[in-house]
Design a binder for this molecule. Structure first.
Ligand SMILES: [Zn+2]
Ligand SMILES: [Zn+2]
Ligand SMILES: [Zn+2]
Length: 108
């Protein structure tokens, strides 16, 4: 594990959407400004590393606000379902095939 800056609040420690108040602590890092992530991570393609849900004022459902996700076991390939965007083509929800990561492990 390692510590990284909280993507959701930009390491400010406050809720970026001021919910329920401007003084609300960031729900991802609980106001610390940093979050613990796995040693090897990749940027979350679903939210573009912002930690925020692309459509809603919520944490990204794929990385839970951290902006990064655990690396997929190698070798990997671009997810054929979403073309690497992490979004299901029609629903815009996280792609079920890759879980929103945009890449999948190549099964042997
Ligand atoms: Zn935070
Ligand atoms: Zn994300
Ligand atoms: Zn996918």
């Amino acid at each position: 594990m390692q510590m990284t800056e909280c993507a959701f609040c930009d390491a400010m420690g406050l809720d970026p959407f001021k919910i329920p108040s401007p003084f609300s602590k960031c729900q991802v890092c609980w106001g610390r400004g940093t979050v613990s992530v796995a040693d090897k991570t990749i940027m979350c393609v679903y939210c573009g590393g912002s930690g925020k849900h692309p459509e809603l004022r919520l944490t990204c459902p794929v990385c839970w606000g951290k902006g990064v996700v655990n690396i997929v076991r190698e070798p990997t390939m671009i997810c054929p379902e979403c073309g690497g965007t992490g979004r299901a083509p029609e629903s815009k929800l996280p792609c079920l095939r890759c879980g929103g990561k945009g890449v999948i492990g190549v099964s042997k």
